[in-house]
Design a protein around this ligand. Sequence first.
Ligand SMILES: C[C@@]1(CC(=O)O)c2cc3[nH]c(cc4nc(cc5[nH]c(cc(n2)[C@H]1CCC(=O)O)[C@@](C)(CC(=O)O)[C@@H]5CCC(=O)O)C(CC(=O)O)=C4CCC(=O)O)c(CCC(=O)O)c3CC(=O)O
Ligand SMILES: NC(=O)C1=CN([C@@H]2O[C@H](COP(=O)(O)OP(=O)(O)OC[C@H]3O[C@@H](n4cnc5c(N)ncnc54)[C@H](O)[C@@H]3O)[C@@H](O)[C@H]2O)C=CC1
Length: 221
Amino acid sequence: MAGYYPLMLDLKGKLCVVIGGGSVAERKIRSLLDADADRVRAISPVVTEGIEGLAAGGSIVLERREYLEQDLNNASLVFAATDDPILNHSLAAAATAVGALVNVADDSHQGDFVTPAVIRRGDLVIALTTGGASPALASLIGRELQVRYGPDYAGKVVRLRELREQVLKRLSNPEERRAVLRLAAEELNTASSAEPSDDGDEEQMEEWIRRLQAAADRRLT
Ligand SMILES: C[C@@]1(CC(=O)O)c2cc3[nH]c(cc4nc(cc5[nH]c(cc(n2)[C@H]1CCC(=O)O)[C@@](C)(CC(=O)O)[C@@H]5CCC(=O)O)C(CC(=O)O)=C4CCC(=O)O)c(CCC(=O)O)c3CC(=O)O
Ligand SMILES: NC(=O)C1=CN([C@@H]2O[C@H](COP(=O)(O)OP(=O)(O)OC[C@H]3O[C@@H](n4cnc5c(N)ncnc54)[C@H](O)[C@@H]3O)[C@@H](O)[C@H]2O)C=CC1
């Protein structure tokens, strides 16, 4: 067991190399693309139809052959996802030697990181792990969170971002700012939130800020 440090990586411009082409490799590739990774390279003599499609569509670069040592040059992230445990093991060492972080599909202890179950709602990203204790439980809890935090959360987060930009510009008292932003988050986090529905409608935004300020003043006094 490792005490994993969770973080959210921006993968734009970073080379991600996936060795292997089975269903596990495909899942890792799809999760990279979901995160807008724009330099994904897969290496495997045999690949799933899904991986083939992603390569044909230009989303990834596919090398249909066995792994070669130079494949890891310049990589930031490496995924060892072959069905050959000895190769996966040596990939962990090779990745470390070139300064890349590595995920080892068949033995997480050999790698630097594990991949979490992920729920995406626009800018809201929820990632969770059991640290390898039970991938099935991670998946199950992920499904529960998908129900609790439905697709409407993408829009809610957009509105909160717009509100926050305005509030940071206009309210100079940090205590009031924090109270307003917390109240707005509380409001939108309820199922039947009455947030402004019309994106970019200035009057509605004004009205919302006024209402939040009044509620914040009541809370602060
Ligand atoms: C350690 C880790 C390393 C890593 O891959 O980073 C790892 C390792 C292994 N998984 C195995 C099996 C399964 N993996 C899944 C599913 C997922 N596995 C994922 C992550 C991880 N899997 C990392 C930590 C996970 C954590 O604990 O939090 C998820 C969350 C994310 C993703 O991969 O995208 C994704 C769910 C995505 C979603 O649904 O949202 C299912 C469920 C299913 O298929 O229905 C099963 C079958 C049921 C079961 O075994 O529980 C095996 C045994 C293989 C064998 O039997 O030989 C190993 C190898 C080992 O244990 O050493
Ligand atoms: N981490 C996870 O979530 C899970 C991990 N696993 C483990 O992950 C591994 C892979 O599982 P699957 O994708 O189901 O296997 P698979 O048998 O479907 O695919 C293996 C892939 O490895 C490729 N490969 C083999 N030798 C290679 C080489 N020298 N160079 C490049 N590619 C090579 C093959 O071409 C094939 O595409 C297994 O060891 C399995 O135990 C299994 C389930 C879940």
